[in-house]
Design a protein around this ligand. Structure first.
Ligand code: ADP
Length: 375
């Protein structure tokens, strides 16, 4: 069996060249709205008044730390869980809410979970055909085969899941999710079981297949870079609530609070008190006109927003440590008046050496000021 697998697996492990792939069946993308949804489990308020809208054909990434309610929201949209209050609408029709509960199989929603959840006793084709029970067996197998072709695994139709690599199992799970041509595809941490290189290529392929299928898609992730790469829109969650929704550049450039800023950037955080609309820190004084005098704030300076100057310019600093990270270098710099090192990311070519004295400046465009109490 292993020999057969190897012979067919080809150079990229996909079992087929890219050109040999089929096209994803085209879907009518659905508009999704989540309106004031809460979900309580005994003492835990897993979701607290969550509202979201996803335009047809767009990809929304639900981003947030473990336990913030992402999976619960996905399960409620899928219909495997009911909200305690609020409603879910697909194309304007209530599918969950005070007056209605449409079962999962009637919602036109495809699901792809973290562990792929393939049935070991079914062939790969039957795994994909599993969600196509409203069709005749022949039709279901034809549709399943087309979906398998699309993910490059048509040759494996008669095999069983155990012979597949992790990436291939992920493709089968994707084929199964898109085979019924759902208007909405929901993915829960779909790449977290894969190693980092495979994750990258699977992410790109999955994105291409989802775009081609034209389904509306929600992807759950706790990885901000993944969310920025995949999402047309990102909904950042914390403690059961949506903190901020928007395209990646908006969340990166204008995060609503310190939590959102920390999610998208590596920051230096300098505490300060506002005086005359400005916040004075060890790295200089910055505009803080939105705050009344006396407010305790945190001035955030992105690690990439630190500028290295000649000694005598900016704030005097001494290089404590340097790390080579490829294109960039990470520096730890001691500056007077700030406890702990300032971290700076600079072009590797511009790296000073440990012990160097230099001036430290700040790119003012990259400075964010938040109230300290938001921490
Ligand atoms: P995430 O997907 O962001 O990691 P979850 O949606 O899984 O978060 O969980 C949100 C919160 O709800 C957590 O505190 C979790 O413990 C709780 N929770 C989720 N499902 C259940 C359940 N079936 N019973 C009790 N608590 C649950």
């Amino acid at each position: 069996m292993l020999k057969v697998f190897k012979a067919r697996a080809g150079g990229n492990g996909s079992g087929r060249s890219r050109s040999g792939r089929g096209k994803a069946a085209v879907t009518f993308a659905a508009r999704l709205a989540v309106d004031g949804v809460s979900r309580r489990y005994d003492q835990t308020l897993a979701l607290d008044d969550v509202s979201l809208e996803v335009e047809p054909g767009k990809i929304l990434c639900l981003l947030g730390p473990s336990g913030c309610g992402k999976t619960t929201l996905l399960r409620i949209i899928a219909g495997v869980e009911a909200p305690s209050s609020g409603s879910v609408l697909i194309d304007g029709q209530e599918v969950a809410g005070p007056n209605r509960f449409v079962p999962p199989e009637k919602r036109g929603v495809g699901l792809m979970f973290q562990d792929f959840a393939l049935f070991p006793h079914l062939t790969i084709l039957d795994n994909v055909a599993f969600g196509l029970r409203s069709l005749t067996k022949q039709q279901a197998q034809a549709e399943a085969y087309a979906a398998l072709e699309r993910v490059g695994l048509g040759d494996y139709e008669r095999d069983y899941p155990h012979i597949l690599s992790g990436g291939q199992q992920q493709r089968v799970a994707l084929a199964r999710a898109i085979a019924p041509r759902p208007g909405i595809v929901l993915m829960d941490e779909p790449f977290s079981g894969l190693d980092s290189q495979l994750r990258e290529s699977m992410r790109e392929e999955t994105l291409a297949i989802i775009r081609e299928s034209r389904a509306t898609c929600i992807v759950v992730t706790h990885d901000s870079e993944e969310a920025m790469r995949m999402g047309d829109v990102i909904a950042l969650m914390r403690d059961g609530r949506v903190v901020q929704t928007g395209p990646a550049p908006e969340l990166y450039r204008t995060p609503k609070d310190l939590f959102a800023a920390r999610t998208f950037s590596d920051l230096n955080e300098l505490p300060a008190r506002v005086q005359g609309g400005r916040a004075e820190t060890a790295l200089g004084t910055f505009a803080a006109s939105d705050f009344v005098d006396g407010t305790e704030v945190i001035v955030c300076v992105r690690q990439g927003g630190i500028r290295l100057l000649k000694p005598g310019e900016g704030t005097l600093g001494r290089v404590l440590d340097t790390r080579f990270l490829g294109d960039v270098g990470l520096l730890e710099i001691a500056v007077e008046g700030h406890e702990g090192p300032i971290l700076a990311r600079v072009r590797a070519a511009d790296m000073p050496v440990r012990g160097d004295e230099l001036g430290v400046g700040v790119d003012e465009g990259g400075v964010l000021v938040f109230p300290a109490r938001n921490d």
